[in-house]
Ligand binder design. Structure first.
Ligand SMILES: [Zn+2]
Length: 162
């Protein structure tokens, strides 16, 4: 059984972890390289985390956002390398300091794949006749769904409604 959710979470996390030190190193001369890598890593994290892991998606948006901000500042104020050096270093360090705890906490809590939910979209898989997620079409191993788990999930749903 392919654990798409866990792989996506780890990929998104690695992309975020790569982006953070690079943001500190971004300067005007290398922004085309480092900025592109950070932006790309943001896109990858966003793609992997979207609809699955809210924190990773937020980090991805933040990574893309700070790159766009840097580019916007350079273009708006016509900053050359000497003008941008200090603001970039300060903003990059502040950004890394703010996002690092979130990245560490995500790494410590990489989600364990629950066989009762769809690995791709998170849909609750119970009381289904065919071993295929009705939401996104991903096939799953029906033998992992025991009668007990189905009952347990039904109970959970009932108690959530109360
Ligand atoms: Zn699904």
């Amino acid at each position: 059984m392919i654990r798409i959710g866990v792989i996506a979470a780890k990929t998104a996390w690695v992309a975020c972890a790569v982006a953070v030190p690079l943001i500190v190193l971004v300067d005007v001369e290398s922004v085309l390289v480092t900025g592109s890598i950070v932006f790309l890593s943001g896109i990858i994290s966003f793609w992997c985390g979207w609809r699955r892991y809210t924190r990773l998606t937020c980090l991805a948006v933040a990574n893309c956002g700070i790159v766009l901000l840097f580019v916007a500042l350079v273009n708006l104020f016509g900053w050359g390398p000497p003008d941008a050096e200090i603001p970039f270093a300060l903003m990059g360090t502040a950004f890394a300091a703010m996002t690092l705890p979130a990245i560490i906490s995500v790494a410590r809590n990489v989600p364990i794949q629950d066989p009762r939910v769809c690995a791709t979209c998170g849909y609750l898989l119970y009381a289904l006749v065919t071993p295929r997620c009705p939401e996104c079409g991903t096939e799953f191993n029906a033998s992992l769904l025991t009668t007990d788990q189905r009952g347990e999930l039904a109970d959970q749903r009932r108690s959530n409604r109360q």
